[in-house]
Design a protein around this ligand. Structure first.
Ligand SMILES: C[S@@+](CC[C@H](N)C(=O)[O-])C[C@H]1O[C@@H](n2cnc3c(N)ncnc32)[C@H](O)[C@@H]1O
Length: 209
């Protein structure tokens, strides 16, 4: 079930999604998504979860590696694109596209070995609820990787364009995120590092076995 209260205003509505669609060539596949999938390393037969999957860039890469992937995405237009894209994948039987939000995932407990999210953390309006959901759906020993590009870092090539963009969204402080995750029982670390050559905020965590 999707709670409207768990969505930022800019995620609601057709117009916001059309804005994303205009950038389809940029977001169809990105180096960042390739790098996220490398970091998460979903293996053959593993059950993966792409939170805020968008057009499914990371989802299809993970499925190509042999993982079974649930792509959770609140935006109806994004889901439609993701579903159409799925049809053209050899690995389509390993991909399921579901409506939902990080704060209220449409998955049962202990159902996921590996979870990832790209440029999505700052969209989640309730980090405590989201991380409690991650702790619930991950199986014992399961892992997660969250990566948000750090546009506030002057070294980011799009710093001038996007610095401060989190101001109207959910600010992401890696230390706070890691602490919030530890409070729900995940062994989490947060760091600033380059991912696919750009500064990024990276959270990694494991659910104790
Ligand atoms: C910047 S896009 C990134 C999409 C994709 N991960 C990628 O890297 O191409 C952020 C995505 O998060 C989704 N989103 C927004 N609020 C969300 C929430 N509360 N839970 C899960 N996803 C959300 C948006 O609909 C959007 O598709």
């Amino acid at each position: 079930m999707v709670h409207e209260s768990h969505r930022h205003d800019h995620d609601k509505g057709f117009l916001a999604e059309v804005r994303w669609l205009r950038k389809i060539r940029t977001f169809w596949q990105t180096d960042l998504n390739r790098a996220i999938v490398e970091l998460a390393a979903p293996g053959p037969g593993e059950r993966g979860l792409d939170v805020g999957a968008g057009m499914g860039a990371a989802t299809v890469l993970a499925a190509k590696r042999g993982a079974h992937v649930v792509a959770v995405e609140p935006g109806g237009t994004m889901r439609l694109v993701c579903r159409l894209r799925r049809l053209f994948q050899r690995a389509r039987r390993r991909i399921v596209v579901e409506p939902g939000v990080a704060e209220d995932l449409p998955l049962s407990g202990d159902s996921t070995e590996v979870l990832w999210a790209g440029n999505a953390m700052h969209h989640w309006v309730d980090h405590e609820a989201a991380f409690a959901e991650f702790a619930r759906v991950l199986s014992p020993g399961g892992r997660l990787v969250l990566v948000d590009e750090d546009y506030d870092d002057p070294e980011h090539p799009k710093h001038a364009e996007f610095a401060g963009h989190e101001a109207e969204m959910t600010p992401v402080d890696v230390a706070v995120v890691a602490t919030t995750m530890r409070a729900v029982g995940l062994e989490a670390t947060g760091s600033h590092q380059k991912v696919a050559g750009v500064p990024a905020k990276v959270i990694r965590a494991v659910k104790p076995g």
